[in-house]
Write a protein that binds this ligand. Structure first.
Ligand code: TUI
Length: 311
């Protein structure tokens, strides 16, 4: 498999990063992905510093390989999560839903690589100036909190606008997606939805089965009117959001409705009334496999495609 600058930067075998999904990417999944040669990421979501420290310790019991933590910048616990990352000397962080610029100097001081997830060229350029090591350019095909541009349009524009490595995300789940990302100029991929169906992923089985059953048009975006759009599998909750958006319900009412719903889906298995954050590529995922099988399949698929295409 093609070694890229991302492999050297992060000390990994394959340029495959697992998305740091709130309530989904616990130590079990992250460590399994890292063991298999990718970069596993613990998704801190709205969890506190204590939870993050426990997950980091659990991951270190399973693997000696590098792994990262995703920091959700809208979380009320950002400060303490960053503190734990510094104390535990986590080698890599990704960030979502905001701008991590003010934390960069401290993180760089201890050698932590900082890789923000960005939805636009302007933010990629701003963060390059602030000193980040790479960016994840995430298209609107992704699950969870999303931007507007597609992966196909965002990735090459970011690649042309910055000098740091760009990792493509959004709509990628197999070897074809990895090769397509290389063709767009990316040095690697971040994959979320596919890893929801990894054996080591600790989410409720109801969610895994819902992803396996999903077809191409089964996701919906809720909350465009609130300024925090989120892509999920369609269910009773997304229908309720649609109805609220049509009648221009107050933003506070919609945000209140969303509170605690991601946990309700991912942990408790409430797939009709919870937030089943999921990307548009769900329709491609047909089986539960181990993280190692998923990574090996992506790498083998990309390898044979690159030979056929002579790239
Ligand atoms: O962060 C994500 N995806 C997420 S976070 C999440 S947790 C959640 N839980 C309940 C409701 C809502 C969210 C679920 N999924 N992806 C990375 C991402 N970051 N996508 C878009 C962005 C982004 C958006 C704006 C990054 C930066 C940004 O800029 C803000 C600024 O300060 O300029």
């Amino acid at each position: 498999m093609k070694k890229t600058v991302i492999c050297d930067l992060l000390g990994i075998k394959y340029p495959i990063i697992q998305g740091g999904m709130a309530w989904v990417s616990t130590a079990s999944l992250a460590a399994a992905v890292s063991e298999a040669g990718g970069l596993g990421i613990i998704g801190s979501g709205h969890n506190d510093g204590k939870w993050v420290r426990e997950q980091v310790k659990r991951a270190r019991e399973i693997t000696a390989k590098p792994f990262g933590v995703n920091v959700m910048m809208m979380s009320p616990f950002v400060e303490e999560v960053m503190q734990v990352i510094l104390e535990e000397r986590v080698p890599v962080i990704t960030t979502g839903a905001g701008n991590p610029a003010k934390y960069i100097p401290q993180l760089k001081e201890i050698g932590t690589k900082v890789i923000p997830v960005i939805p636009s060229v302007a933010l990629a350029q701003r963060l390059e100036k602030a000193g980040v090591d790479a960016v994840v350019a995430e298209g609107t095909e992704s699950g969870g909190h999303i931007g507007e541009l597609t992966t196909m349009t965002l990735v090459p524009q970011v690649v042309d606008a910055v000098k740091i490595p760009v990792i493509a995300a959004g709509g990628i789940a197999d070897g074809r997606g990895l090769v397509a990302a290389f063709a767009l100029g990316a040095a690697g991929v971040q994959i979320g939805t596919r890893f929801m169906c990894a054996q080591e992923c600790e989410i409720h089985d109801n969610v895994k089965q819902m992803v396996l059953k999903a077809k191409d048009r089964d996701t919906a975006v809720s909350g465009r009117t609130t300024g925090h759009p989120i892509r999920c599998l369609k269910n009773k909750l997304t229908k309720l959001y649609d109805e609220m958006e049509r009648r221009c319900a107050p933003i506070e009412e919609m945000e209140e409705l969303g509170a605690g719903k991601l946990r309700a889906a991912m942990i408790d298995g409430n797939i009709e009334t919870g937030t089943v954050a999921c990307g548009q590529i769900a329709g491609l995922i047909k089986e539960i496999k181990t993280a190692e099988e998923i990574i090996n399949e992506i790498v083998a698929g990309a390898r044979s495609l690159m030979t056929t295409l002579e790239v």
